[in-house]
Write a protein that binds this ligand. Structure first.
Ligand code: IPD
Ligand code: CA
Ligand code: CA
Ligand code: CA
Length: 263
């Protein structure tokens, strides 16, 4: 089916802004907090309400589109046929609960497996990152530039402290030498925000052990539109229906780190 991408883009942006207002309004109310896979894996009534809001709106406007959402209110999506919205209603729920900031709404819209539209909305900062494949990426109204080459010595890498815990995915000593070589490291606690920051050139690399498709779908479209690279830790393409470690970055930093520290 032929899609009207400009129409979908406008609808997605309006829906995201509407969801952002609902989240801001919820700050005055008491959150219902539950845990999922472990005591630190939080989910709130707002994660669920926001996902339901998107699913209802999308099904009403575009009945043929499928939705893959973290909280499970969308469809059982096991392939990438047709048009699929991949949604994280609140990415960074722990930050949402503890800090009321540093969380984002993340949406990637894919057609036959190709990322066409991507959105990451940092609600509290009121920063909407958006990209339309082949038509540019923006932070609010400002166009984002193509990523320029950054030497590893001047790179800021986003990693969290789990990299300090011995694990099978990386060579520890090699990784410690990378941390010493870069200009600095950061950790924001929202994969979507870290990916948006890569697209905006605020970070030069982001490495993480395990993400789900809804964590990176919006970011993948944004990053690819500004000439960045996003793969697993071996440099392979990411599956849109499976969990995976993720390495995103400025292309020069990505290629050097992959070659010298991850292979
Ligand atoms: C989490 C955040 C976090 C990442 C976790 C994700 P959620 O998403 O993106 O930064 O380290 O792997 O699960 O659960 O807050 O949407
Ligand atoms: Ca979650
Ligand atoms: Ca997430
Ligand atoms: Ca989430």
């Amino acid at each position: 089916m032929k899609e009207n991408w400009n129409d979908i883009d406008q609808f997605a942006k309006n829906s995201i802004k509407g969801a952002g207002s609902k989240i801001i309004d919820s700050f005055d109310e008491v959150l219902k907090i539950q845990t999922k896979s472990n005591v630190n894996d939080l989910v709130t009534n707002m994660d669920k309400e926001i996902e339901k809001y998107f699913v209802e709106k999308i099904k009403d406007r575009y009945p043929s589109h499928r939705v893959l959402g973290e909280e499970g209110f969308g469809d059982q999506v096991e392939d990438t046929d047709g048009t699929v919205w991949i949604i994280d209603p609140i990415d960074g729920t722990m930050n949402f609960v503890h800090q009321q900031r540093n969380f984002a709404i993340s949406i990637g819209i894919f057609h036959e497996g190709i990322g066409i539209l991507g959105y990451i909305y940092d609600v509290v900062a009121d920063e909407l990152y958006h990209a339309y494949r082949g038509h540019g990426a923006y932070l609010n109204e400002e166009r984002l530039s193509q990523l320029k080459e950054v030497p590893v010595e001047e790179a800021i890498l986003s990693i969290n402290a789990t990299w300090l815990i011995p694990n099978k995915k990386i060579d520890h000593e090699q990784f410690a030498s990378l941390v010493k070589r870069v200009r600095g490291t950061r950790s924001y606690g929202s994969a979507a925000i870290e990916l948006a920051y890569i697209a905006a050139g605020r970070l030069d690399g982001y490495l993480t052990m395990r993400l789900s498709p809804w964590d990176f779908a919006g970011g993948k479209v944004l990053i690819e539109e500004v000439g960045g690279t996003i793969t697993d830790l071996k440099g392979n393409n990411l599956s849109l229906v499976e969990n995976s470690p993720v390495f995103a970055g400025n292309p020069a930093v990505h290629s050097e780190v992959l070659k010298k520290y991850l292979k």
